[in-house]
Design a binder for this molecule. Sequence first.
Ligand code: NIG
Ligand code: FE
Length: 412
Amino acid sequence: MRTLIINIKELIQVRDSHIKKVSGKEMSVLPTIKNAFLFIKDGFIEDYGDMANLPKLNADNTIDANGKMVLPCWCDSHTHIVYAGNREQEFVDRINGLSYEEIANRGGGILNSAKTLQNTSEEDLYQQSIDRVQDVMRLGTGALEIKSGYGLTTDAEIKMLRVAKRIQKEFPVQVKTTFLGAHALPLEYKNNKEGYLDLIINEMLPQVADEQLADYIDIFCEKGYFSLEDTSKILTAGKQYGLTAKIHVNQFNAFGGVALGVQFGALSVDHLEELNQEDIDALKNSNTMPVALPSCSYFLSIPYTPARRIIDAGLPLTLATDYNPGSTPSGNMNFVVSTACIKMKMTPEEAINAATINGAYAMGLSDICGSITIGKKANIIITKEVPSYNYLPYAFGNNHIDKVLINGIEVE
Ligand code: NIG
Ligand code: FE
């Protein structure tokens, strides 16, 4: 199948294949071609360029994108999109004055979601999750990381990852999976953290590895959850099974988790709402990608990740949703990009780079998606008619998407 898109007002994020991520000042550069064409063959980007140089191409299908922008699909490198039920009651409790921490301390929060998930069948969990996957595809997401972590028993963690793997198999969206057994301490282990870490290391991990259910390993490194020592233990064990780290750190407290992640060669360190100079220094000269989750800050009314400090220090930055029932019940990357511009003072160029090429890097997918590059998957967003790409984050909350193509096929 060959699709030719013509008269594109601006083709955004056009890159050579050697670009894997962009950092610091490079993030303010967003290469584009005005009045462009894009040619897709069998799901991949085959050619693109200036309309003035349009070669004679044999297409099965031609799309006229007059007045419209074309950009690569969003790469959402941090989600918990496989979950059961919701936590709308906790949302109301927070409005009425309880804090996220208070709710968690009385058995709500992650433990609440885990209880619901444990009592949900694998098929039901799959059905609930794919509704969200279809929604985010329509919102322009073409690649997705999916974490476990709402199971907290061996069976339920495996159930979550099997559902994530089924999504990977049955949907065109690119999926990477992450084992997050160390998301919270189950009630039965309240006074026996070592026991739970042993269960993760000696029972869950071997099974996850045996069934090849995960690409990455994660842990919630946070006061009241898992310490630096616990993090070292879990990441060491993960490494023995070939799992690279992608960790939750510095959401509420900064106490050295970022440096520890870097030391373990983490692919990404995510959240970073609290960030100090040592954290920034640790990230310099590393291959670890800092990831900001602005919808989580928005929903919980906690500080935003200091994007300016990160980028101005010459570091790269990724934007992702954190889609989950507790802190971010939204998987809308368009909202993430807008919020990053509005609240974190990222420019539209920086935010689009952070949500595409850098997001792909944070999932190990830079060679496959995240830019308009010959040979990459034809995962693209065709916008409605808009005056410029600045308009996308500017007119926040509106739907600017006309069509989404994943593997060159239109998402219905
Ligand atoms: O990334 N911070 C840890 N985990 C999730 C949310 C957990 C929850 O409240 O369900 C997050 O925000
Ligand atoms: Fe998360």
